[in-house]
Design a binder for this molecule. Structure first.
Ligand SMILES: Cc1ncc(COP(=O)(O)O)c(C=O)c1O
Length: 429
């Protein structure tokens, strides 16, 4: 690998996505990632093994036997090396899921720093975990502009997502990091992926991914990962060893393989999402479209400054509210009505009923997650096929909620030329 004088990999992002975490393969004489399914490892001598065990328990990464798979696994280790490379951090620590990763971060906070300032909306499961008494965390919810006021002497962490799940609204990471002062900021980068956004470059201390999403990319492997400093990584490894939320090596292998095509997939999906955003805006069933390709979603110009492109997740607010959402979701023939996101195929869901059901209704509504909101994770299908599927569902939604408008819309459409796929400007990454 090309390393500069600081030891950092200075090859371009798409090259690193293909090669990161594979540095030892040539020496091993293999081409594809090796998959090590061992749960235990031979120890060489008893005294040395005891010292190694102590080192693992301190969150260090000693050479030699991993001793036991809850302490370390080489297949998982390669995936961690790759994510650290792509996010531009010294380390990364992987877990069984995104929620496992967030749990470990919260458990790693010192007992006197278990106050978290969080920006809504977050993924419903993250919101729920922060609000629950499970981990002894006290949370203050704050708008990005109010983060500085919400910080207390006992605050151990600031948490945000950008783009936010499910509204696809953006948060200025550098502004929040400045407001947080010495308090570390964790950015959930699941929507953007490191292809479009590297939060550490904007002042974040930790970057969390649900690797279950675009990193894996095929809806068949769960995982979570935190990219961070060596000091934070040691604490997270210690929590992982103690609590056992390890990433299975088979999943690590799949997620690592997903990285090779991540840049291509993300750019293709965001191109389609940007085109769909324009077409959706024109449909009478649609009140509002949220996607960072639209200036209404990105009033501060964060695309180009913080994110190199708008990403592949969009959100719609429907004129006909919940009934329209239910009709649209029930009509889909190509896209799948399902939670999750970042898959090769398009997934559509109603956050208030599913992913954000666990958030209380008032907090949900206050952060824009209302009953008329539908989230679309755009996949790799042809834009025209997706549009036909969505348009049929939206036509049905108009029919179900405003039958008189449906007739007028049908007449207008017959009179107007069919929209064509227009090439969109792509931001370099
Ligand atoms: C933004 C975001 N963060 C975290 C998670 C949790 O990840 P997992 O489902 O892998 O536990 C999700 C899951 O949907 C998510 O969308």
């Amino acid at each position: 690998m090309g390393r500069n004088e600081h030891g950092h990999n200075d090859r371009r992002f798409s090259t690193r996505a293909v090669h990161a975490g594979r540095e030892d393969l040539r020496g091993l004489g293999v081409h594809a990632l090796p998959l090590d399914l061992s749960t235990t490892y031979p120890v060489e001598d008893l005294d040395g093994a005891g010292e190694q065990l102590d080192a693992w328990a301190r969150g260090e990464q000693p050479a030699g036997s991993p001793i036991y798979a809850r302490l370390h696994n080489p297949t998982v280790g390669r995936f961690e090396t790759a994510i650290a490379d792509l996010e531009g951090t010294p380390c990364a620590v992987a877990f069984a899921s995104g929620m496992g990763a967030l749990t470990a971060v919260l458990l790693s906070l010192a007992p006197e720093r278990r106050h978290v300032v969080a920006v809504r909306p977050l993924y419903g499961g993250s919101d729920h975990l922060l609000c629950s008494d499970l981990l002894g965390i006290d949370v203050t919810w704050a708008a990005p502009a109010d983060v500085a006021h919400a910080i207390e002497a006992r605050t151990g962490l600031v948490i945000l997502e950008t783009p936010q799940n499910p509204t696809s609204t953006l948060v200025d990471i550098a502004a929040v990091a400045a407001a947080a002062g010495n308090v570390p900021v964790l950015v959930d980068n699941t929507f953007a992926t490191p292809v479009l956004q590297r939060p550490v470059a904007h002042g974040a201390a930790m970057v969390l991914h649900s690797a279950t999403k675009a990193i894996g990319g095929h809806g068949d492997a769960m995982g979570g990962i935190v990219a961070c400093s060596e000091e934070v990584a040691a604490r997270l490894r210690g929590v992982r060893i103690a609590t056992g939320g390890v990433l299975h090596p088979m999943a690590a292998w799949q997620l690592h393989r997903g990285l090779q095509t991540l840049p291509l997939r993300v750019r293709a999906m965001q191109r389609t999402a940007s085109e769909l955003a324009l077409r959706l805006l024109e449909h009478p069933a649609v009140e509002r479209v949220h996607h960072a390709s639209l200036s209404s979603t990105d009033p501060d110009g964060l695309v180009g400054r913080q994110m190199s492109g708008p990403g592949s997740i969009l959100a719609l607010e429907l004129v006909g509210g919940f009934t329209a959402a239910r009709t649209l979701l029930g009509s889909l023939q190509l896209a799948t009505h399902a939670v999750s996101l970042g898959s090769a195929d398009t997934l559509v869901q109603h956050p208030a009923s599913l992913t954000h059901r666990v958030v209380d209704a008032a907090s949900r509504a206050a952060s824009g997650v209302n009953d008329s909101l539908v989230r679309i994770s755009v996949g790799l299908e042809h834009v025209d096929d997706l549009w036909e599927d969505l348009r049929a569902g939206l036509d049905a939604a108009v029919e179900a909620t405003h039958p008189a408008d449906a007739v007028a819309w049908e007449e207008d459409r017959e009179a107007a030329p069919a929209p064509e796929a227009t090439p969109r400007v792509e931001h370099a990454s």
